[in-house]
Design a protein around this ligand. Structure first.
Ligand code: PRE
Length: 114
C-alpha cells in the first residue's frame, strides 16, 4: 500500500465513523418523529369522534389554510423548504380526514342500526 492509499483509507475510516455518529442522531430523530406523529393522530382521533358525535364535517379548509400559513412561516424560520412543509402537512391532514370519514361512517351505521 502506498503512502497515499494509506491516507485515503484513514480518511475513509474517519468519514465512516462520522457517518455512523450522524446516523445515530438520524435514528433518534426518526424515532421522535414517529412518537410525535402517533401523538398527533391520537389527538385527531379524539377530534374525529367529537366531529362524528356532533355531525360536524370531517374537514375544515379554513383551519387548514391557517395551519399551512403558520407552518410555512415556521419552516422558513427553521431553514426548511416551506413547499415541503406544506406538502407534508397536507399529506398528514389527508390521512386524518380519511380517519374522520371512517369514524363518521361507523357512527352513522351504528345510529341507523339502533
Ligand atoms: O382541526 C380539525 O378540525 C381537524 O379535524 C384536524 C385537522 C388536522 O389534522 O390538523 C384535520 C382536518 C381538518 O381539515 C383540519 C385540521
Amino acid at each position: 500500500m502506498t503512502h497515499e492509499d494509506a491516507a485515503t483509507v484513514k480518511d475513509q475510516q474517519e468519514a465512516l465513523q462520522k457517518l455512523g455518529e450522524i446516523r445515530r442522531s438520524i435514528d433518534n430523530l426518526d424515532a421522535a418523529m414517529i412518537h410525535i406523529l402517533a401523538e398527533r393522530f391520537r389527538c385527531t382521533q379524539e377530534v374525529g369522534k367529537l366531529k362524528a358525535e356532533h355531525q360536524l364535517p370531517p374537514s375544515d379548509p379554513e383551519r387548514e389554510k391557517l395551519q399551512v400559513a403558520r407552518l410555512r412561516e415556521l419552516a422558513d424560520d427553521a431553514h426548511l423548504d416551506p413547499e415541503f412543509a406544506e406538502k407534508f402537512l397536507n399529506f398528514v391532514i389527508a390521512e386524518v380526514i380519511h380517519h374522520h370519514q371512517r369514524i363518521a361512517e361507523a357512527a352513522a351505521s351504528q345510529s341507523s342500526a339502533k
